[in-house]
Ligand binder design. Structure first.
Ligand code: BES
Ligand code: ZN
Length: 458
């Protein structure tokens, strides 16, 4: 299969303009974590709303306790055609540290075939690839072969807390035959990919309190328990000496991946030494019986994301800090449950906390892990569509990151979720100099259009 000629012609004609339009979308600093950007986040929602309305979608911007959900609907496909729900997020991560960007985060720039901007790959560029594919399809044919519900949210980067309740509440309206998401990456340049798993997440803040205030470390040190040392001790007990998580019961719910899935992972062309070189670490670590891809995609973790205590400025200050704090997150695999992990974490911390300090563990947000068997018409159609756009069959990959709503869609709507992303390794999501490959954006749009075409044919 190739991309149908009428669509290809239209894509070729519109490509430059569509890229320009994406630039406009990327210029809006829709940082969901920062309230000073609330107006920008609203503006990004309005941008998506307007874009869908313009091509004949019925659109509603739905208020939530947080940032709005934009819901576009096009239901004029021939009788019997399936209904597909497309999901993406218009919010982005904060751009800091600004000084590490080669060109400013919200001034999109193309260098060497890469479009640099915050949100270029995660996820505005990929969300817009869907909108653009729908536009081109409608321009070329005046109609779509499937009914479309497009749901764009503005809180993915802060945990999607309001989305499951929204889906629950609008269950009837969101009824569909499958969900399609592009918010992930391809295995390597030129190798289109379908995701079969995501890790889940349980994110904690641990606060340790000792004396009522900071103290002179000479006058008090040695008699008053030091909260920074206490925290270091607590954190150190979370791993054993091989790096396995040493929290009682942590692995109890882990269900091994099917041997065929592991065999598939082992067949992917992956150079562990090159991976080490790319991340710039002197050596890789942990669980030697697993390959790097198995570690990233099939094993749970417990990691420190941030640490704060005492004096960290220039030179020396002899102080015994009154408090210390750590951000700790666990990536989870099927069937670990974030709420159960929260209970285990709290029990563990209580058990290992030294006398002389008090500790609180707060669960900030979480999401369940996800795994799919990739069977059925949605995945068959995706394989053909990706092959048509990229000129080769897709591979099946896993993912170490999390998209909490994926499991919610599956559970609440009872339909399969297809994850076909167009990012690439090294794309700097959440980091300075985030980029999306211009080639992947343009092939991605075509793959999406081909997917709709394939689904209608079923
Ligand atoms: N697009 C990512 C998810 C992702 C990460 C896909 C890595 C493929 C590779 C998403 O926007 C994200 O960053 N998710 C967060 C979830 C969290 C905020 C609940 C993550 O994984 O940290
Ligand atoms: Zn993200």
């Amino acid at each position: 299969m190739t991309i149908p000629a009428d669509l290809e012609k239209r894509f070729a004609a519109r490509e430059g303009q569509l890229l320009n339009d994406l630039f406009d979308f990327l210029r809006i600093p829709s940082v969901s974590a920062r309230s000073e950007h609330n107006a920008d986040t609203q503006r990004a929602a309005a941008w998506v709303h307007e874009r869908l309305a313009r091509i004949g979608f019925t659109v509603e911007t739905c208020q939530t306790p947080g940032h709005p959900v934009v819901l576009g609907e096009w239901r004029k496909a021939p009788a019997g055609a399936p209904t597909i729900l497309v999901y993406g997020h218009y919010d982005v991560q904060p751009p800091e540290p600004l000084e590490l960007w080669t060109s400013p985060a919200f001034e999109p720039t193309i260098r060497d075939g890469k479009l640099f901007a915050r949100g270029s790959v995660d996820d505005k560029g990929q969300l817009f690839a869907h909108v653009a594919a729908l536009e081109v399809f409608l321009e070329a044919r005046g109609t779509l072969p499937v009914n479309i519900i497009l749901l764009a949210e503005g809180e993915e980067e802060v945990g999607s807390e309001n989305l499951a309740p929204f889906i629950e509440k609008n269950k009837k309206r969101l009824a569909c035959d499958g969900v399609v998401i592009s918010d992930s990456s391809m295995f390597a340049p030129g190798i289109p990919s379908i995701l079969s798993s995501l890790r889940g997440l349980a994110y904690f803040e641990i606060n340790v309190r000792g004396p009522a205030s900071d103290l002179h470390s000479g006058s008090y040190g040695g008699a008053v328990v030091n909260p920074a040392m206490a925290l270091a001790r607590i954190l150190a007990t979370m791993h054993d000496e091989t790096g396995k998580v040493a929290i009682d019961g942590f692995y109890d719910a882990v269900r091994p991946f099917p041997p065929a899935v592991i065999a598939g992972m082992r067949q992917l062309p992956f150079d562990e030494e090159q991976f080490r070189h790319e991340v710039g670490a002197p050596a890789l670590g942990y669980e030697p019986q697993y390959t790097v891809l198995e570690k990233l995609w099939t094993r749970p973790t417990c990691e420190v994301n941030g640490l704060l205590s005492g004096y960290t400025g220039e030179g020396a200050k002899t102080v015994l800090p009154g408090v210390s704090m750590a951000k700790v997150s666990c990536r989870l695999v099927p069937d670990q449950d974030p709420l159960k992990i929260e209970a285990l974490m709290k029990k563990h911390v209580a058990k290992v906390t030294p006398k002389g300090v008090t500790v609180t563990v707060k669960h900030l947000h979480g999401g369940k892990p996800w795994r799919a068997d990739l069977e059925g018409p949605l995945f068959e159609a995706a394989k053909k569509a990706l092959a048509a756009a990229f000129g080769r069959e897709p591979v099946v990959t896993g993912e170490g990151g999390s998209i909490p709503v994926v499991g919610d869609f599956e559970r609440i709507l009872g339909v399969p979720v297809l994850l076909m992303g167009f990012g690439l390794p090294g794309e700097n999501a959440h980091a300075p100099d985030e980029w999306i490959s211009v080639e992947n954006f343009s092939k991605g749009m075509r793959a999406i259009a081909a997917l709709f075409e394939q689904l209608a044919a079923k």
